[in-house]
Structures are given as structure tokens and as C-alpha cells.
Ligand binder design. Sequence first.
Ligand code: RB5
Length: 148
Amino acid sequence: MDKRVVIANDHGAVELKNRIARHLTELGYSVDDLGITKNETADYPDQAVKAGKAFLKGDYEFGIVCCGTGVGITMAANKIKGIRCALPQNNFAASMAKEHNNANFLAFGGRIDYSDPVEGMLDAFINSSFNNENRHSRRVDKIMNIEK
Ligand code: RB5
């Protein structure tokens, strides 16, 4: 079966979104791009909701949201029940976002100069697995219980 990813962005991250989509396509993912293109504008909360709702309905491995800093769209994505959106700073955080937090969304900022390229952070996330030891699942369960 296809490995699928959903992605959305605002006007602060059009180029970055294209880079990410290109990289994931090269890795064999089918990418559903719900974001905007050059010369359009969008409010990042709307873009987060679009990607989050699609993720919850569809059969996606994970989702990605991008805005200028990644901050606003992370805040919005994490308001959607079932979404655990991480905003990694570097490869280590990207890998921990999967290993410890079992994130199902990643966020990035198109106006941020990252010390590690975003493509490498994606690889770090994809190539990590959730460490299902009791303490990690207990903590992730505690995050999800906040929604109730
Ligand atoms: C939009 O100009 C900008 O505020 C947005 O992309 C993002 O950085 C918000 O967190």
C-alpha cells in the first residue's frame, strides 16, 4: 500500500512546502498537498484544520503543517483532537518526536534558518519508531487524556 502524507501551508512557507513535498515524493510517499501556492494567502489556523481533518479521515502515515515560523500552525494543529504536532528544532528533536512523543504531525517554519536541513529532520522522524516502553506510552496517554 502507498505510504501517504498530508501537508498544508500558509504563505510563509510555500517554498518550504514544495521542498518537503519533493523530498517525500523522492522517498516514495504519495503527498496530498492541501496548501496554497505562490501569490495566494491563507490563515494558518485554517490550514492546520484542513490538514488535521484530512489526516483523521484518511489513511496517512503522518501529516505536516508549515507557516512562517511553524509556531502558529503548531498551536492550531494541537487543538485538533487526535493530533500530536511537534515543531522540531533539529534532527535530534525530530527523532525524539517519534521515539518519545509518538507525534503524528510535524511542523516547520519557512522563514526559519534551521541548523539541520528540514529534509534531514524528516528522515530522522521517518526512520525512528515509537519506543513503546511503559513510561513513554504512559506520558503520551496523559497528553491525550488532556483532550477529554
Ligand atoms: C503569517 O504572516 C505568519 O504570521 C505565519 O506564517 C506564522 O509565522 C505564524 O505563526
